[in-house]
Write a protein that binds this ligand. Structure first.
Ligand code: AMP
Length: 284
């Protein structure tokens, strides 16, 4: 596995491959866990070359305490990537990514100021800017992203389409612990008690799925059901919304859904840790 410490090293690595060879990119912020492994397991048989990036992108954190608190486990990450038979790991420094004078960023358009974007202005501009730079530098044929970050996935797919980027963005299903909690690097910051309390996110989502499957097609009622789970929970709900998967806007009525599937989104804060999850409801 090659360690590429800056863009020059990455370019030298990338130049070895002909246009016919497939290159898979998995962007990460490190603190790798089992869910990241599933992205690499998907990419490995599909691509001639698999490159990971590990970069805690300062542009997408508006709070320095959040950036500082982000877990860093580089040694373990590299051992895991080696085991996953990754060909190369790009480990840029902030200066390598954003040299002095850097000023341009991607405007993510609508759907970026709600949900994860509501309390974090500039978050998705930061995400899309670094993702676009990673796409330009790594020139992957396919990039792999987790469904767990559904809004991020939506915005990356839309940017790729809107800006004619020559690659495929592949969605990978959310990996969960046996009890339903979605794997997240942030789970490591929860106490044992909060780790159990965090199950409320998945419980609320599965209740919305059950109600949808029982025939309920009122998105506001499905949202109200999710909210009830937080009435007696120490988890502070940030949002619980039913959205149209294709537009990423709040779902309206089944008769105006144009055959688009609905997805339930949820996010909450526990012990100061921001947790998010989502589940597909289906076609209304
Ligand atoms: P991160 O390092 O947290 O930015 O995540 C890197 C990639 O892993 C992103 O595409 C995430 O959506 C994905 N990811 C994180 N957690 C999960 C999960 N539980 N299941 C599937 N993908 C995930």
């Amino acid at each position: 596995m090659e360690l590429l410490n800056n863009n020059a090293e990455l370019q030298a690595w990338r130049r070895q491959f002909s246009p016919e060879e497939t290159v898979g990119l998995i962007p990460t912020m490190g603190a790798l866990h089992k869910a990241h492994a599933t992205l690499f397991d998907t990419a490995r048989p599909e691509c001639d070359q698999v490159v990971a990036s590990v970069f805690i992108n300062p542009l997408q954190f508006e709070r320095t305490d959040d950036l500082k608190a982000y877990p860093r486990t580089m040694e373990q990450d590299l051992a895991m990537l080696e085991n996953l038979k990754v060909d190369a790991v790009y480990l840029p420094t902030p200066d390598d990514m954003y040299p002095s004078g850097f000023a341009t960023s991607v405007d993510p358009g609508d759907s970026a100021v709600q949900f994860e974007g509501a309390a974090r202005p500039g978050h998705f501009a930061g995400v899309l800017t670094v993702v676009l730079k990673l796409f330009q530098r790594c020139r992957p044929t396919t990039a792999y992203f987790g469904q767990k970050d559904a809004q991020q996935l939506f915005l990356v797919q839309r940017m790729t389409r809107d800006l004619d980027l020559p690659l495929t963005v592949q969605a990978c299903p959310t990996l969960r612990e046996d009890d339903g909690l979605a794997f997240s690097s942030r789970n490591a910051r929860l106490s044992k008690v909060a780790r159990q309390q965090a199950l409320v996110l998945h419980q609320a989502l599965t209740a919305a799925v059950a109600e949808f499957q029982a025939g309920d097609r009122d998105p506001r009622k499905l949202e109200a059901t999710m909210r009830t789970f937080f009435e007696d929970s120490p988890a502070v709900l940030a949002y619980a919304d039913v959205i149209d998967e294709v537009t990423f806007q709040s779902a309206q009525t089944s008769s105006t859904s144009h055959g688009h599937a609905w997805r339930a989104l949820i996010a909450a804060r526990l012990e100061g840790v921001h947790l998010l999850d989502n589940l597909l409801l289906g076609n209304p």
